[in-house]
Ligand binder design. Structure first.
Ligand code: SME
Length: 173
């Protein structure tokens, strides 16, 4: 039975090393893309300090559709290229937004959100979706958070990327 231990968050590099170990334990031996996304969203939300939302969107056709998450109910569909999430998809790279009020086109799901970090899920050149983190604190995320979240996205893709790609190939928006 997996047990999540609280992680000291003083040193971000060590924090993400330990978070990666815990994520590896959660994902071991399981490929289901929804189950693994649900557990990763819960791990991120409960381990990372100062978040108000953590979750997944999956790219169905040309639309991001809400996946497993923790936090307040959120927008269900986001068109490719729209908002921070859709920008991460269209540009195929992580988008780090220190202050969402200064990001033209930001989609506000929770008015408390002030900083956002979105990492695309790239499986063999195909974007499968994104992992999205929100914080109520402007400037909450930096390049170490981005590197840490990209490493977790890679763990997710190792476990579920092939299964998710087959699932999403059969969907349309
Ligand atoms: N703010 C995101 C929308 C998703 S919510 O933050 C959960 C965006 O601009 O794409």
């Amino acid at each position: 039975m997996f047990q999540s231990q609280a992680i000291a968050s003083g040193d971000k590099r060590m924090f993400f090393e330990e978070l990666g170990r815990q994520a590896g334990g959660l994902l071991a031996g399981e490929a289901d893309p929804v189950a693994n996304a649900a557990n990763l969203a819960a791990l991120l939300f409960h381990q990372m300090p100062d978040l108000n939302w953590a979750g997944f969107y999956f790219l169905q056709g040309d639309t991001l559709v809400l996946g497993p998450f923790q936090g307040l109910p959120a927008c269900i569909r986001i068109a490719n290229g729209r908002g921070v999430c859709g920008t991460a998809v269209s540009q195929r790279r992580a988008i780090l937004v220190p202050d969402v009020h200064a990001f033209a086109g930001h989609i506000a799901c929770d008015a408390a959100s002030r900083a956002e970090l979105v990492v695309p899920l790239l499986h063999q050149q195909t974007v499968l979706g994104v992992i999205d983190l929100d914080s109520p604190t402007p400037g909450r995320f930096d390049s170490r958070d981005q590197a840490g979240l990209e490493a977790l996205a890679a763990l997710y893709l190792d476990a579920s990327g092939a299964t998710a790609a087959r699932w999403l190939a059969g969907t349309t928006s």
